[in-house]
Structures are given as structure tokens and as C-alpha cells.
Design a protein around this ligand. Structure first.
Ligand code: UFG
Length: 337
């Protein structure tokens, strides 16, 4: 049985990926510092899969702890989610982002190369493209100057990984996520935003359940059909499955380059108002919203060309926007009980 280290394995995407890994027959060891996740998620993973993964509460900024961990373990591959992800916060605290997202990556890669652990999957983001000149966005689209320190850490992270693979036995895949939403169909795990949600879907579900008064739609004067911004919303379970495919590719040595990147999205763009309407339809209730100013740093439209992932990873998103919104809503209801 292959043993996979999942850093940030109790977070939103991490926890769903741990479930898929265990259900695909992998043994999982999680490292998480619980800075933006909850320990109960470990039991929830066990409830879903019938197996509690090994867990280490380690902060990857502590280099010695990372060294110690790799010395004491026999690991076959690493899926690295642990990172900070709030765009706005990154503008205010850039050094926190460079430390949490870059220093930790360096420590993990260093231990991997020294301990002969050669498969690495990196959480990247469509944010590396900025506002792309052409839609849908292919992996060949150039990176634009990052809009935020957070975005910059994803660009730099990819470079650090690429350069490391070029001089070591390490093979790496960066998955550029579009907008991950939804929750596991069991409603046992999902997104757990701290404080006021910054992202659209948790804001919508919290409004619908009565925690927030109304959704603010950021701008209706974009150059899109209804004037609101367009994103490619992908179900977190589909996204989790893409990690299994990427890992298998490395384990089977079917990768064509030592460092590869894949867009992980659905290929379809939806506007904010389309999301609001789809949510109302799926949940059969009205959502209070108002149009406000654009949010600084937001782009007009982004959606993926997923041809490469389909061809090379044999992966394609299965779940619909309705599945996404209904599962997010069921999760919101489950955590408020
Ligand atoms: N939006 C609203 N109201 C809200 C929240 C969001 O109208 O209360 C709009 C945004 O303006 C945007 C869309 O909903 O048009 C999606 O916003 P999110 O914050 O959910 O997602 P983003 O596309 O801004 O950000 C996501 C990830 C980031 C990543 C970025 C890359 O959350 O981590 O994609 O583009 F960097």
C-alpha cells in the first residue's frame, strides 16, 4: 500500500482529497497545524471512509519538525495543500503569506529530495493567469503579474517546484484550481470559513440560513451578459479526484515532463447572478441580495480549457452546478444543527 502525506489534510480541499485517497486504497498521513481547520474533521473522515488517517499536528514553518517527520516516516508521495489562501489578508500581511506558502514549500521539498520521496502534487490556482486575454484559459496562457501576494506565492511556488524537479529525482504536478465549491455528499465535511466569508458560495449559504442579512454582488457593470463577473465553479469532490489521477500519473511514471501543470475546472463559466438564480432554484427559496461596487482586484471572467487534463490525466468534472450548490446547502444546514 502506498503511503501519501497530505499537508493541510483537514482543510476544505485537503479533507475531501483524503477521503478519495482512502477510498482509492492509499494509506494517508495528515499534517495540519489547525490554523484554519478543525480537529473534528479527522473523525468525520473516519465516519465516511471507515478509517481514521494517521494525524500529526505539525506546523511546517518549524523546519526541524519537518526534518524529524520525514526521518521517522516512509512516504511514497506528497500532496501539499497547507497554505494560507485569503487574497485580501495577503495584501495586508505579505510576509505571513511568503512564510506560510513559500518557506513551508521549500522545507517540504528539501526533505523530499533528501529522503528520496519523489512524487509531489502542488495546489496552484487559476489566479496565476490574472485576467487572461483568451477564454477558455489553456495552460499555455502566460502568467500575468500577480494581483496579490497570495497569487504571487502560487506563481513562485510553481517555479520553486519546477526548478527543484529539474535538478533532482523529484517529479511534480501543479494543479491550477478554478473555483472549488460544494461539499461531500454525506454532508460530514465541507468548507468552514472563519468569520465573514470572503468567497461567494459560503456567503450565499450563510445568507440563506439567516446568519448574513443579504449577499452583496460585487459589480454589475462588467463586460458580461448580465454585467456580473464569471467564474468556473468546480465541485470539491471532482477536484479531489483530480489529485488521485495526478498522483497515479506520477506513481506510474506516465508523466511526460518532470514538472507538469493542469487546469482543474469544469470548462463552463457562470456569472454571479446565474449562481444566485441556480441556488434559489435548487433550494427552492429566495436569496436576498443587492448590487454593490466592484471588489478591488477582481477580474471579469475566468474559465478553464480542460482538454489537457482530460487527455493526459483521464480526468473530467462529473458533478453539475446543481450538485455543487445543493451539497453546499446541505453542509451549511448540517453544521448549524
Ligand atoms: N462575489 C460576490 N459577493 C461576495 C463574494 C464574491 O459578488 O460576497 C463575487 C466575486 O466578486 C467574484 C465571484 O463572486 O466575481 C467569486 O468570488 P470568490 O471570492 O468566491 O472567488 P474568486 O474568484 O475571487 O477567488 C477564487 C479563490 C482564490 C483564487 C481566485 C483566483 O477563492 O483563492 O479564485 O481567481 F485566488
Amino acid at each position: 500500500m502506498q503511503k501519501i502525506l497530505v499537508t493541510g489534510g483537514l482543510g476544505f480541499i485537503g479533507s475531501h482529497t483524503v477521503v478519495e485517497l482512502q477510498e482509492s486504497g492509499y494509506e494517508v498521513v495528515i499534517i495540519d497545524n489547525l490554523s484554519n481547520s478543525q480537529i473534528f474533521v479527522l473523525d468525520r473522515i473516519a465516519e465516511i471512509t471507515g478509517k481514521k488517517p494517521e494525524f500529526h499536528q505539525i506546523d511546517l514553518r518549524n523546519k526541524e519538525d519537518v526534518q524529524q517527520f520525514f526521518k521517522s516516516q516512509k512516504i511514497d508521495g506528497v500532496i501539499h495543500f497547507a497554505a494560507s489562501k485569503a487574497v485580501g489578508e495577503s495584501v495586508k500581511e505579505p510576509l505571513k503569506y511568503y512564510e506560510n506558502n513559500i518557506s513551508t514549500l521549500v522545507y517540504v521539498l528539501k526533505e523530499m529530495t533528501e529522503n528520496n520521496v519523489n512524487h509531489f502534487i502542488f495546489s496552484s490556482s487559476c489566479t496565476v493567469y490574472g485576467q487572461a486575454d483568451e477564454l477558455p484559459i489553456t495552460e499555455k496562457a502566460p502568467m500575468k503579474i500577480a494581483e496579490s501576494p497570495y497569487g504571487n506565492t502560487k506563481q513562485i511556488g510553481e517555479e520553486v517546484l519546477k526548478e527543484t524537479t529539474s535538478v533532482s529525482d523529484l517529479n511534480g504536478i501543479a494543479l491550477r484550481y478554478f473555483n472549488p465549491i460544494g461539499a461531500h455528499s454525506s454532508a460530514k465535511i465541507g468548507e468552514l470559513p472563519i468569520g465573514v466569508p470572503q468567497n461567494l458560495i459560503p456567503y450565499i449559504t450563510q445568507t440563506a440560513i439567516g446568519i448574513r442579512e443579504e449577499l452583496s454582488v460585487f459589480g454589475d457593470d462588467y463586460d458580461t451578459e448580465d454585467g456580473t463577473a464569471i467564474r468556473d465553479y468546480i465541485h470539491v469532490v471532482d477536484l479531489a479526484k483530480a489529485h488521485i489521477k495526478a498522483l497515479e500519473r506520477l506513481i506510474k511514471s506516465s508523466n511526460k515532463e518532470k514538472f507538469e501543470v493542469f487546469n482543474i475546472g469544469t470548462g463552463t463559466g457562470n456569472s454571479v447572478l446565474e449562481i444566485v438564480k441556480a441556488f434559489e432554484k435548487v433550494t427552492n427559496q429566495k436569496l436576498a441580495y443587492k448590487i454593490v461596487e466592484r471588489r478591488a482586484g477582481d477580474i471579469t471572467a475566468a474559465f478553464a480549457d480542460t482538454t489537457l487534463a482530460e487527455k493526459e490525466l483521464g480526468w473530467k468534472a462529473d458533478l453539475s452546478l446543481e450538485d455543487c450548490l445543493l451539497s453546499a446547502w446541505n453542509w451549511e444546514k448540517a453544521i448549524r444543527k
